[in-house]
Design a protein around this ligand. Structure first.
Ligand SMILES: Nc1ncnc2c1ncn2[C@@H]1O[C@H](COP(=O)(O)OP(=O)(O)OP(=O)(O)O)[C@@H](O)[C@H]1O
Length: 359
């Protein structure tokens, strides 16, 4: 192996190193005779530099799992390693240090209403003994990063929800953490503001190389910015993996429901009836799962066999840089020709004929 190969491998290994590790973690609340199992036997590894999302319905145990990382809650079983150190075994001094390495933002922003935007962002710096003469410069730099340089003297009540979350992000970044934990950070925001905050989180991840661990109940958040995802239900992780793979091949009903909430390509029986009334050709659902561009495949095959095609429903989106989604297409021609097109398409995409209602 050449020296440059060795360097590349070493670099790649470093890039993929595990930063947060849950090992068979459990958390029980409540008295012994009436225990509430919030987290049940969770094992997960969050790698350095990635955006890792945990999704689940209300009560699934997401917040509890998140709060275990910086020991806002203590696990009742298992171990949580941050940078290879078991957080349950560190001293209170080390814990204070760990908490400075982990920034946190919240659904309800948790800003100090009696302090200005500047005061909120400066707070963790003052607490950590940041050099006074550099403080103003650091806060201004952070406010520029989140796009709030003109709001330094305003109070939280004078800001919109999105602006408040930007302050929360600037404050969380003040101590230059390695990890940013996001507790439903966009759940209180409208869709447009949600997208702005998600873009900002992506920028935090890319420009500062900060690992992000977020929880959400919105699949849109996972689809937009996460590299990997865990689906939680009743305290357990029921499915986990790369976001594209999970979208392409969901195993559990809950995962399928979450994906359905953003795909929006299921036909209601009423709509299917109407489509069949309005379109006299044969209807097929074509599923794109591996990033192959839709139009060229369709137009090539239909042109070759002289079949008319008409895209009538569905959507294709970008997911982790690849195309993903499904389309309902009408083919009009004699059956023999349509069958030829089907045979040809079958080599590169998955599809099925839409006959009755779809599950
Ligand atoms: N401090 C606590 N004391 C007792 N039970 C708790 C406590 N915190 C959470 N729980 C319970 O643990 C379970 C998981 O709650 P958790 O808040 O972690 O779920 P979640 O997925 O984050 O849901 P939500 O989005 O509604 O907050 C729930 O049954 C909840 O009632």
């Amino acid at each position: 192996m050449s020296l440059s190969d060795a360097f590349i491998r070493l670099h790649a290994a470093k890039e993929r190193s595990v930063l947060i590790k849950f090992e068979s973690v459990g958390k029980t609340f409540g008295p012994k005779n009436k225990p509430i199992r919030a987290v049940e036997d969770v094992s997960l590894a969050v790698e350095k530099g990635e955006i890792y999302g945990v999704i689940g319905y209300s009560g699934a145990g997401k917040s509890t799992l998140l709060r275990l990382v910086n020991l806002l809650e203590r696990p009742t079983e298992g171990r949580i390693l941050v940078n290879d150190r078991d957080v349950t075994e560190i001293s209170s001094k080390e814990l204070r240090h760990l908490r400075r390495r982990i920034g946190m933002i919240f659904q309800t922003f948790n800003l100090f209403n009696s302090r200005t935007v500047f005061g909120n962002v400066a707070y963790p710096l003052k607490l950590g003994g940041y050099p006074k003469h550099q403080l103003k410069q650091r806060v201004e730099e952070l406010l520029r990063f989140v796009g709030l340089e003109d709001k330094a003297d305003q109070y939280p009540e004078q800001l919109s929800g999105g602006q408040k979350q930007r302050v929360g992000i600037a404050r969380a970044l003040a101590t230059s953490p390695d990890i940013l934990i996001c507790d439903e950070a966009t759940s209180a925001l409208d869709p447009e503001t949600t997208n702005e905050i998600l873009k900002l989180l992506k920028k935090v991840n890319e420009e500062y190389n900060i690992t992000i661990l977020l929880i959400t109940h919105e699949m849109h958040v996972i689809r937009s910015i996460c590299d990997r995802v865990a689906v939680m239900e009743q305290g357990r992780v029921i499915e986990e993996g790369n976001v594209f793979d999970l979208f392409a091949n969901p195993q559990k009903q809950t995962t399928q429901n979450f994906i359905g909430s953003v795909q929006n390509d299921k036909l209601s029986p009423k709509l299917l009836e109407k489509l069949k009334r309005d379109h006299k050709g044969r209807l097929f659902r074509i599923i794109y799962k591996d990033g192959i561009a839709s139009e060229p495949i369709l137009s090539r095959a239909t042109k070759k066999y002289d079949v008319d095609f008409n895209i009538i429903y569905g959507s294709i989106n970008e997911l982790q840089g690849k195309l993903f989604g499904s389309l309902i297409v009408e083919f009009t021609a004699e059956n023999g020709k349509i069958n030829e097109v089907i045979n040809e398409l079958g080599e590169s995409v998955e599809f099925r004929e839409v006959i009755d209602h779809e599950s």
